[in-house]
Write a protein that binds this ligand. Structure first.
Ligand code: FDM
Ligand code: MG
Length: 212
Protein backbone atom coordinates (compact mmCIF):
# COMPACT_ATOMS: atom_id res chain seq x y z
CA UNK A 1 0.00 0.00 0.00
CA UNK A 2 0.96 3.63 -0.23
CA UNK A 3 1.69 3.91 3.50
CA UNK A 4 3.97 0.89 3.54
CA UNK A 5 6.08 2.05 0.65
CA UNK A 6 6.46 5.57 2.01
CA UNK A 7 10.07 6.51 2.63
CA UNK A 8 10.88 7.31 6.23
CA UNK A 9 12.44 10.62 7.18
CA UNK A 10 16.17 10.79 7.77
CA UNK A 11 18.11 11.79 10.84
CA UNK A 12 20.72 14.26 9.70
CA UNK A 13 23.14 15.66 12.25
CA UNK A 14 25.44 18.60 11.78
CA UNK A 15 28.31 18.85 14.24
CA UNK A 16 31.29 21.11 14.59
CA UNK A 17 32.91 23.75 16.75
CA UNK A 18 31.14 26.89 17.91
CA UNK A 19 31.07 29.42 15.03
CA UNK A 20 31.50 26.73 12.36
CA UNK A 21 28.09 27.77 10.96
CA UNK A 22 26.03 24.78 12.12
CA UNK A 23 22.80 26.67 12.82
CA UNK A 24 22.97 28.66 9.59
CA UNK A 25 23.51 25.51 7.54
CA UNK A 26 20.82 23.50 9.36
CA UNK A 27 18.24 26.23 8.84
CA UNK A 28 19.13 26.65 5.15
CA UNK A 29 18.93 22.89 4.63
CA UNK A 30 15.55 22.58 6.38
CA UNK A 31 14.18 25.39 4.25
CA UNK A 32 15.48 24.03 0.97
CA UNK A 33 14.28 20.47 1.67
CA UNK A 34 10.79 21.74 2.49
CA UNK A 35 10.89 23.79 -0.72
CA UNK A 36 11.32 20.60 -2.75
CA UNK A 37 8.53 18.83 -0.83
CA UNK A 38 10.75 16.80 1.47
CA UNK A 39 9.11 17.51 4.84
CA UNK A 40 11.79 18.43 7.32
CA UNK A 41 12.20 19.93 10.74
CA UNK A 42 15.03 21.79 12.43
CA UNK A 43 16.06 20.59 15.90
CA UNK A 44 18.75 22.05 18.12
CA UNK A 45 20.24 20.35 21.16
CA UNK A 46 20.31 21.42 23.90
CA UNK A 47 16.58 22.11 23.55
CA UNK A 48 16.44 24.84 26.15
CA UNK A 49 12.66 25.18 26.41
CA UNK A 50 11.88 21.90 28.20
CA UNK A 51 12.09 21.46 31.98
CA UNK A 52 15.46 19.70 31.61
CA UNK A 53 16.57 22.26 29.02
CA UNK A 54 15.87 25.12 31.42
CA UNK A 55 18.29 23.64 33.96
CA UNK A 56 20.90 23.26 31.19
CA UNK A 57 20.33 26.88 30.16
CA UNK A 58 20.78 28.03 33.78
CA UNK A 59 23.99 26.04 33.96
CA UNK A 60 25.38 27.33 30.64
CA UNK A 61 24.58 30.91 31.68
CA UNK A 62 26.32 30.34 35.02
CA UNK A 63 23.22 31.02 37.08
CA UNK A 64 23.68 27.66 38.81
CA UNK A 65 26.49 25.18 39.47
CA UNK A 66 26.06 21.45 38.93
CA UNK A 67 28.23 18.35 39.20
CA UNK A 68 29.87 17.68 35.82
CA UNK A 69 28.45 14.14 35.77
CA UNK A 70 24.95 15.44 36.50
CA UNK A 71 25.20 17.98 33.68
CA UNK A 72 26.34 15.30 31.27
CA UNK A 73 23.31 13.19 32.13
CA UNK A 74 20.99 16.19 31.75
CA UNK A 75 22.27 16.88 28.22
CA UNK A 76 21.62 13.23 27.42
CA UNK A 77 18.19 13.29 29.09
CA UNK A 78 17.39 16.31 26.93
CA UNK A 79 17.87 14.09 23.86
CA UNK A 80 16.01 11.15 25.38
CA UNK A 81 12.98 13.32 26.10
CA UNK A 82 12.76 13.87 22.33
CA UNK A 83 13.40 10.26 21.32
CA UNK A 84 9.76 9.26 20.89
CA UNK A 85 9.02 12.38 18.88
CA UNK A 86 12.10 11.89 16.68
CA UNK A 87 11.09 8.30 15.94
CA UNK A 88 7.49 9.19 15.22
CA UNK A 89 8.49 12.11 12.99
CA UNK A 90 10.87 9.92 10.98
CA UNK A 91 8.27 7.17 10.68
CA UNK A 92 5.77 9.66 9.35
CA UNK A 93 8.26 10.78 6.70
CA UNK A 94 9.71 13.89 8.34
CA UNK A 95 13.45 14.40 7.94
CA UNK A 96 15.13 15.84 11.04
CA UNK A 97 17.96 18.30 10.61
CA UNK A 98 19.72 18.31 13.95
CA UNK A 99 22.09 20.99 15.18
CA UNK A 100 24.40 19.13 17.63
CA UNK A 101 23.69 15.65 18.99
CA UNK A 102 25.35 12.96 21.12
CA UNK A 103 28.75 13.73 19.58
CA UNK A 104 28.70 17.23 21.09
CA UNK A 105 27.55 15.61 24.32
CA UNK A 106 30.61 13.36 24.40
CA UNK A 107 33.15 15.84 22.99
CA UNK A 108 32.28 18.60 25.48
CA UNK A 109 32.08 16.54 28.69
CA UNK A 110 35.18 14.53 27.78
CA UNK A 111 37.06 17.84 27.53
CA UNK A 112 36.67 18.15 31.30
CA UNK A 113 39.31 16.61 33.58
CA UNK A 114 38.56 13.04 34.64
CA UNK A 115 36.01 12.18 31.93
CA UNK A 116 36.70 9.48 29.35
CA UNK A 117 35.08 9.30 25.96
CA UNK A 118 33.86 5.82 26.84
CA UNK A 119 32.06 6.91 30.00
CA UNK A 120 30.55 9.86 28.18
CA UNK A 121 29.08 7.62 25.49
CA UNK A 122 27.19 5.50 28.04
CA UNK A 123 23.95 7.46 28.39
CA UNK A 124 23.79 8.03 24.61
CA UNK A 125 23.65 4.31 23.83
CA UNK A 126 20.33 3.44 22.22
CA UNK A 127 19.39 6.88 20.91
CA UNK A 128 18.46 6.91 17.20
CA UNK A 129 21.60 6.65 15.07
CA UNK A 130 21.95 9.42 12.50
CA UNK A 131 21.72 8.43 8.83
CA UNK A 132 24.21 11.14 8.03
CA UNK A 133 26.65 13.10 10.16
CA UNK A 134 28.18 16.18 8.63
CA UNK A 135 31.13 17.67 10.44
CA UNK A 136 31.84 21.31 9.70
CA UNK A 137 35.56 21.44 10.08
CA UNK A 138 37.27 24.63 11.20
CA UNK A 139 40.48 25.18 13.10
CA UNK A 140 39.93 26.77 16.51
CA UNK A 141 42.11 29.69 15.40
CA UNK A 142 39.87 30.43 12.39
CA UNK A 143 36.79 29.96 14.59
CA UNK A 144 38.22 32.42 17.12
CA UNK A 145 38.83 34.89 14.27
CA UNK A 146 35.09 34.93 13.55
CA UNK A 147 34.55 37.13 16.59
CA UNK A 148 34.56 37.05 20.33
CA UNK A 149 32.93 34.29 22.26
CA UNK A 150 29.91 35.11 24.37
CA UNK A 151 29.77 34.73 28.10
CA UNK A 152 28.47 31.16 28.25
CA UNK A 153 30.26 28.34 29.95
CA UNK A 154 32.54 26.43 27.50
CA UNK A 155 33.02 29.53 25.32
CA UNK A 156 36.70 29.52 26.14
CA UNK A 157 39.50 29.06 23.63
CA UNK A 158 41.51 26.41 25.50
CA UNK A 159 38.39 24.36 26.23
CA UNK A 160 37.29 24.49 22.57
CA UNK A 161 40.68 23.12 21.50
CA UNK A 162 40.12 20.07 23.72
CA UNK A 163 36.61 19.69 22.33
CA UNK A 164 37.98 19.71 18.78
CA UNK A 165 40.49 17.01 19.59
CA UNK A 166 37.70 14.90 21.10
CA UNK A 167 35.53 15.38 18.01
CA UNK A 168 38.43 14.06 15.93
CA UNK A 169 38.40 10.88 18.00
CA UNK A 170 34.67 10.41 17.40
CA UNK A 171 34.76 10.72 13.61
CA UNK A 172 33.57 7.56 11.87
CA UNK A 173 34.49 6.61 8.28
CA UNK A 174 31.02 7.43 6.94
CA UNK A 175 30.98 10.98 8.33
CA UNK A 176 31.20 13.76 5.77
CA UNK A 177 33.84 16.28 6.72
CA UNK A 178 33.34 19.67 5.09
CA UNK A 179 35.70 22.62 5.12
CA UNK A 180 33.71 25.24 7.02
CA UNK A 181 36.04 28.12 6.17
CA UNK A 182 34.38 28.44 2.74
CA UNK A 183 31.41 30.68 1.80
CA UNK A 184 27.99 29.70 3.20
CA UNK A 185 26.57 28.87 -0.24
CA UNK A 186 29.40 26.53 -1.20
CA UNK A 187 29.04 24.59 2.04
CA UNK A 188 25.25 24.40 1.65
CA UNK A 189 25.62 23.01 -1.86
CA UNK A 190 27.86 20.20 -0.56
CA UNK A 191 25.52 19.45 2.34
CA UNK A 192 22.47 19.22 0.10
CA UNK A 193 24.29 16.91 -2.28
CA UNK A 194 25.24 14.57 0.58
CA UNK A 195 21.70 14.59 1.96
CA UNK A 196 20.06 13.74 -1.37
CA UNK A 197 22.57 10.94 -1.92
CA UNK A 198 21.85 9.35 1.47
CA UNK A 199 18.12 9.83 0.94
CA UNK A 200 18.31 7.65 -2.18
CA UNK A 201 20.16 4.91 -0.30
CA UNK A 202 18.08 4.75 2.88
CA UNK A 203 14.63 4.07 1.45
CA UNK A 204 12.59 2.20 4.05
CA UNK A 205 15.55 0.97 6.14
CA UNK A 206 15.02 0.53 9.87
CA UNK A 207 16.15 3.23 12.25
CA UNK A 208 19.37 2.08 13.87
CA UNK A 209 20.58 2.87 17.37
CA UNK A 210 23.71 4.63 18.57
CA UNK A 211 26.73 2.80 19.85
CA UNK A 212 25.18 -0.65 20.22
N1 FDM B 1 26.76 20.97 24.70
C1 FDM B 1 25.81 20.70 23.80
C2 FDM B 1 27.18 20.00 25.60
O1 FDM B 1 28.06 20.25 26.43
N2 FDM B 1 26.60 18.77 25.58
C3 FDM B 1 25.61 18.47 24.70
O2 FDM B 1 25.09 17.33 24.69
C4 FDM B 1 25.20 19.47 23.75
C5 FDM B 1 24.12 19.16 22.76
O3 FDM B 1 26.31 23.22 25.14
F1 FDM B 1 28.91 24.81 24.39
C6 FDM B 1 27.34 22.32 24.78
C7 FDM B 1 27.90 22.88 23.52
C8 FDM B 1 27.79 24.37 23.73
C9 FDM B 1 26.61 24.54 24.67
O4 FDM B 1 25.17 24.69 22.76
C10 FDM B 1 25.41 25.19 24.05
P1 FDM B 1 24.67 25.69 21.60
O5 FDM B 1 24.56 24.85 20.37
O6 FDM B 1 25.74 26.76 21.48
O7 FDM B 1 23.37 26.26 22.07
MG1 MG C 1 26.70 28.48 21.69
Amino acid sequence: SETESKQRGLLIVIEGLDKAGKSTQCKLLTKSLNAINIPSKYLHFPMRTTAVGKIIDDYLNKRIELHDSAVHLLFSANRWEYEAEMISDMKSGVTLVVDRYSYSGVAFTAAKPGFSIDWCRGPEIGLPRPDLVIFLSLSQDVAAGRGDFGEERYEVDTFQKKVLSNFKQLIEPEWKILDASRPIKAIQKDIKEQVLEVMNEIGECVIERLWT
